[in-house]
Ligand binder design. Structure first.
Ligand SMILES: [Fe+2]
Ligand SMILES: [Fe+2]
Length: 262
């Protein structure tokens, strides 16, 4: 039997987007069928495999996206979202490969479910790009999306505090407005994709909050205080309003958590 760590390690190192999606889906199926050993016998890579394209640029060098309604602006939007979902596959896989041994089977099941969702989100967006005559890799993309993973590689509490509870929670805040803009421009299919992503991301944030709270309990720490400390230490951006309070509370993030840092 293959170990869960070996399957995740191989998917992380895969650089071809389509192959990474297939490997991720296959390993999640195998895990759910009980065909992967709960053994963590490999160290996860510092950097996951990346395709030659998109070219990765620091945010300051990214070309301006332009006005939303032009064909170019639409492609740039879907491309940026596809890149976020592509990196999200690796973030979920690394969460499991790095911390699954200490955190246990439920954690592994939860975040492998997240990895499968991210693979599906990436596929939906890659297909959307193809329907517009473009493809993932056609434009440059943001180079900094792996930084949060690297920064929090030594502590599961820091990883949970920053990745699901800040970055993915930020997605809950901004996605409804993007969805409404896309719908107002007449793209109902695009709006449905964004709604699907939003619904799934609420679950991802909830997994983050649930496991973070459990870690804090084990360590005898206050979740709200430790979260603020870890975000201040490990997250360079700011946690800022407007917040989507209803989506956040559906995900188990109460206002008292993030109000203080805003
Ligand atoms: Fe996603
Ligand atoms: Fe997610």
């Amino acid at each position: 039997m293959t170990t869960v760590a070996a399957a995740i390690h191989a998917a992380l190192l895969e650089s071809d987007p389509r192959a990474k999606v297939m490997r991720t889906r296959a390993l999640v199926r195998e895990w759910r069928a009980g065909r992967l050993d709960f053994v963590f016998d490999l160290t996860m890579p510092d950097e996951p495999g990346r395709p030659a394209e998109p070219v990765l640029l620091p945010p300051s060098q990214m070309p301006k996206r332009g006005r939303g309604h032009s064909e170019r602006g639409r492609i740039a939007l879907w491309h940026a979202l596809a890149h976020i979902e592509f990196v999200a596959i690796d973030l979920a896989l690394d969460m499991v490969g790095r911390f699954g041994d200490a955190m246990g089977r439920q954690f592994v099941s939860d975040f492998l479910g997240v990895a499968a969702d991210e693979a599906m989100h990436f596929e939906l967006l890659a297909r959307k790009l193809r329907s517009l005559g473009s493809h993932y890799g056609a434009l440059p993309a943001h180079s900094g999306l792996w930084d949060a993973a690297h920064e929090t590689r030594n502590d599961v509490a820091a990883r949970l505090a920053v990745v699901p509870m800040v970055l993915e929670a930020r997605g809950l805040d901004v996605t409804p407005a993007t969805r409404d803009r896309v719908r107002a421009a007449g793209d109902e299919n695009g709006a449905r994709i964004l709604q699907r992503i939003l619904d799934d991301e609420i679950r991802h944030v909830r997994f983050g909050a649930t496991h973070f709270t459990a870690v804090c309990k084990d360590r005898g720490e206050s979740a709200e205080i430790l979260w603020k400390t870890l975000v201040e230490r490990h997250f360079r951006g700011s946690v800022k309003p407007p917040f989507n309070d209803s989506a956040r509370s559906a995900a188990g993030l109460s206002r008292s958590f993030y109000a203080g840092v805003a």
